[in-house]
Design a protein around this ligand. Structure first.
Ligand code: NAD
Length: 475
């Protein structure tokens, strides 16, 4: 009988592929199995993030933002342009090329690290035996000393609006529209709804977003959420809160969406309906009944804080386990598990995971919100610095938004940072590092920030925590 493989990773998304690479760096023999099939029937590494999520959406967000800026901001710079138009086919080709380069890049990383890639659907059998059914129907079985489950998540389907993938679509379909819908309805004002709604709004669609909750962006700091709602509405996103969708019907090439809110029953018609009401863990046909791995009530693979499942030597990471469904959270779990397998120390700090929403203005935060601190009865100080007072932001014609830092009244430790404005997703890295090192507001105050940069807004917000900001009025 063949020697067992040290590690079999199931899933080559942003959780699985780093786990495979780190395990190989730890001198373990690694096979990474992935069953992803693209719409053209081709296989690809990278999972949802690279093929159908983070990367293609960022490509379109960038392109659509450039179009919007050319149309509405260049004049303010004194740049006269005329005849600006959209060639959606070229924009979409660029998106597809970026995706292809990134996913084939994982293949190169695997080769360089010595990870063996296998394409097919894997199933975990008892005794850490992994059955792989290749796309041509043939199958094989591998014995593993360790198995890492990294199978990700899939879009949640609404009973009242089932996907037909043409008119009622998921986030992947909505990245690949071949024409700009004249009218677009989005169910769910969450991360995906706002990012995709923004893309198609900038490309010319009339967009209505229906959100079941009465509050906007309930997960974010509400000062940030309020500012975001104001900007999105100004951009023409018609966000309707407290709206419960009761049905969706495709008639004569458009979708009629019925919904209820406090005022009663309504309906609207749209060329396309994007359902973006969350994602659910994906473990379909993954686990043989006697493999020893359990699922919780919501379908997540059950793990402890170190990502161990109930079966010895079987681990699970990323979207298919508890915690936020974020690529970077999955990556850290993957690295940590690969180090634990090799007997090394590893730790994932679940309290310091940044979140980013790639709209314009961009939204990012790390740590606790003002509402969470109040609910926990934690005494805190707050410092806010508006980008309107930042020379760099003004020069960029991007002075909307602010940085808000929350610090403990007792110890001055930074408890949360919340940013809405230019490059918020990049700026949050400094606050994340500060929190990882348990920095105080004073630590940030005493850190020299280059001038003129956007990062100075973090410096000033830290100063504002003690009402000592220099470049804005302390309130
Ligand atoms: P989400 O949880 O961010 O938002 C879903 C929204 O839909 C919520 O506001 C919810 O209240 C609303 N909703 C739920 N049921 C509804 C209904 N029946 N009618 C109307 N509204 C309803 O989920 P998402 O936007 O679909 O994203 C899925 C996952 O992918 C999230 O975990 C997200 O963090 C992740 N993601 C992250 C990024 C990023 O980091 N930038 C980008 C895309 C997706």
């Amino acid at each position: 009988m063949a020697e067992p493989v040290d590690v079999v990773v199931i899933g080559a998304g942003p959780a699985g592929y780093p786990a495979a690479i780190r395990a190989a760096q730890n001198a373990l023999k690694v096979i990474c199995v992935d069953g992803w099939v693209n719409r053209d029937g081709g296989t690809a590494l990278g999972g949802t993030c690279l093929n159908a999520g983070c990367i293609p959406s960022k490509a379109l967000l960038e392109s659509s933002e450039l179009l919007h800026r050319a149309q509405s901001e260049f004049a303010a710079h004194g740049i006269a342009v005329s005849g600006i138009g959209l060639d959606l086919a070229v924009m979409q080709k660029r998106r597809a090329t970026i995706v292809r380069n990134m996913t084939s890049g994982i293949g190169s990383l695997f080769k360089a690290a010595g990870v063996t890639a296998m394409f097919g659907r894997a199933r975990l059998l008892a005794g850490r035996r992994v059955q792989v059914t290749r796309h041509d129907g043939t199958s094989t079985e591998i014995d593993a000393r360790n198995v890492v489950l990294a199978t990700g998540s899939v879009p949640t389907e609404l009973e009242s609006a089932r996907f037909d993938h043409e008119y009622i679509v998921d986030s992947w379909d909505a990245l690949e529209f071949a024409a700009v819908p004249r009218t677009l309805c989005v169910i769910g004002a969450g991360v995906i709804g706002l990012e995709l709604g923004s893309v198609w709004r900038r490309l010319g669609s009339e967009v209505v977003v229906l959100e079941a909750l009465d509050s906007f962006l309930a997960i974010a700091d509400q000062q940030l959420a309020g500012e975001a709602a104001r900007h999105f509405r100004k951009q023409g996103l018609d966000i309707r809160l407290g709206a419960t969708v009761t049905g969706a019907q495709v008639v004569n090439g458009s979708v009629t969406v019925a919904y209820n809110d406090k005022a009663g029953a309504h309906s609207l018609s749209a060329d396309k309906l994007i359902v973006a009401v969350g994602r659910r863990p994906y473990a379909a046909n993954l686990l043989a009944p006697d493999c020893g791995v359990g699922l919780d009530q919501r379908g997540f693979i059950q793990v402890d804080v170190q990502c161990r499942t109930g079966a010895e030597g079987v681990w699970a990471i990323g979207d298919c386990v508890r915690g936020p469904m974020l690529a970077h959270k999955g990556k850290e779990e993957g690295i940590a598990v690969a180090d634990r397998i090799a007997g090394r120390y590893a730790h994932v700090n679940y309290d310091v995971i940044p979140s980013v929403i790639y709209t314009a203005p961009e939204i990012a935060w790390v740590g606790q919100t003002e509402e969470q601190l109040k609910a926990a009865g934690t005494a805190f100080k707050s410092g806010v610095f508006p980008f309107a007072a930042s020379g760099r932001a003004r020069a960029m014609e991007a002075a909307a938004g602010f940085v808000k830092i929350l610090a403990s009244s007792d110890t001055d430790t930074i408890l949360g940072a919340h940013i809405i404005g230019p490059m918020a997703g990049e700026l949050i890295a400094e606050a994340t590092l500060a929190m990882e090192f348990q920095a105080s507001a004073e630590d940030l105050q005493r850190t020299i920030h280059a001038h003129p940069t956007l990062a100075e807004a973090l410096h000033e917000a830290a100063l504002a925590v003690d009402k000592r900001a220099i470049d804005s009025i302390n309130r």
